[in-house]
Design a protein. Sequence first.
Length: 200
Amino acid sequence: MINLEKKQKTESQMVKKAGFTLVELLIAIGLFSTIVTIGVGGFARALRTQRQATALLAANSNISLSLEQMAREIRTGYDFCVNGSSTDCGAPIPDTSNSFRTLVFNNAQKQMVTYCYAATSGIGRIERGLGNGSGCGNYQAITADNVNIRYLTFVLSGNMPTDSYPPRITILAGVSPRESALSSTTINIQTTVSSRVSDG
């Protein structure tokens, strides 16, 4: 009988010790909540950083592609004129606010081509069109909608027939992603393209 009472006491003590107390449960829930909050915050920060990195890469790729398109056509072009920077261009384009932002030349198909900077509602883009640049703002955009071209400048050298140098066009451009967190970030790119066609 004594053994049976001891056995019942031992079993009842084991039953009492098998569960969690309310304090232990509250501590466990608090630790779990803290760890989950830290994890979710880190994950959200990682997603935001990844989205910003993707936007910067897209802007860089877009401006590089646009500059490569311009460079391919410039290499086989002739009779270059940068609005406002050359006395060799004939009649200047009436819009003097776009000085140095417009490049006009003849391409390999003997078409007059214009590359220019245009901005609408504070969003800049690079445009390409046929003609002397008077239609800038209505030409076809060669940059994507997810980037903002901050500036576009053309610097022309070696375009005089007497200088015995092929024409060289230096293109300077600044681009930023349209992502709100990166709208103040500007990627600056510069390239120089030399024409294969001698002007002499």
